[in-house]
Design a binder for this molecule. Structure first.
Ligand SMILES: Cc1cc2nc3c(=O)[nH]c(=O)nc-3n(C[C@H](O)[C@H](O)[C@H](O)COP(=O)(O)O)c2cc1C
Length: 190
């Protein structure tokens, strides 16, 4: 990145409010690895902290702070546990609060599961949702299979191969984020 270029902003969304959620551990690993990248700013967005109502849906219940964060973002990273082969309902409820803020921005997906499939099924189910929101997916995911073995109870990383996996994922996501920012800022829509 040229030193004069403004930093990319890539928030990490922790996609479950569950008490005792193991997904918090991958979220913090990805956040820390993203923070180490030159020319990148990040922050954690916890779905627990977003202002959401249960008697409404969509842009009618926009959370201004969340919308501003997504508007500023060049890319998003979603940390998503697999719940009955799908995504947590509260994550979808949260994502639905914005629309134009996502358009032609990159998104990287990290699946989390207690079992051996690493959230591959939840990632497949998220792809059409990402497309409808206007987000552009990378093809490098991170699959945190058997999450209870990758991290200790208190979040210590037990399998160092995930540092490399997360960084391969970030390599593609950062490239995509730069390409799409260039396009949004320099190439007029047809
Ligand atoms: C409602 C619910 C449904 C789940 N369904 C699946 C599933 O379909 N496949 C799977 O591998 N794990 C499933 N799990 C286990 C999660 O993968 C496990 O809790 C893992 O630690 C990630 O979720 P967490 O962040 O909530 O801890 C489910 C957990 C919950 C709470």
């Amino acid at each position: 990145m040229a030193s004069t270029e403004r930093p990319l902003f890539i928030p990490v969304i922790l996609g479950t409010p569950r008490q005792g959620r193991r997904s918090a551990h991958p979220a913090h690993l990805v956040l820390e690895e993203t923070r180490k990248r030159a020319g990148v700013e990040t922050q954690l967005i916890d779905v627990r902290s977003l202002h959401m109502r249960l008697d409404d849906a969509g842009e009618e219940m926009k959370d201004p702070a969340f919308s501003e964060t997504v508007e500023r973002a060049d890319a998003l990273i979603l940390i998503v546990p697999e719940y009955n082969h799908g995504y947590p309902g509260l994550l979808k409820h949260a994502l639905d609060m914005n629309l134009k803020e996502y358009i032609h921005k990159a998104v990287g997906l990290c699946g989390v599961s207690a079992g051996p499939f690493g959230g591959t099924r939840v990632i497949e189910h998220l792809l059409p949702v990402m497309r409808e929101l206007g987000l552009v997916t990378t093809f490098t995911d991170v699959n945190f299979s058997n999450v209870g073995k990758i991290f200790s109870e208190n979040g210590e990383l037990l399998d160092q191969s995930f540092v490399r996996r997360v960084n391969s994922f970030l390599d593609e996501l950062l490239w995509m984020a730069r390409v799409l920012r260039h396009g949004r800022e320099n190439i007029a829509p047809q």
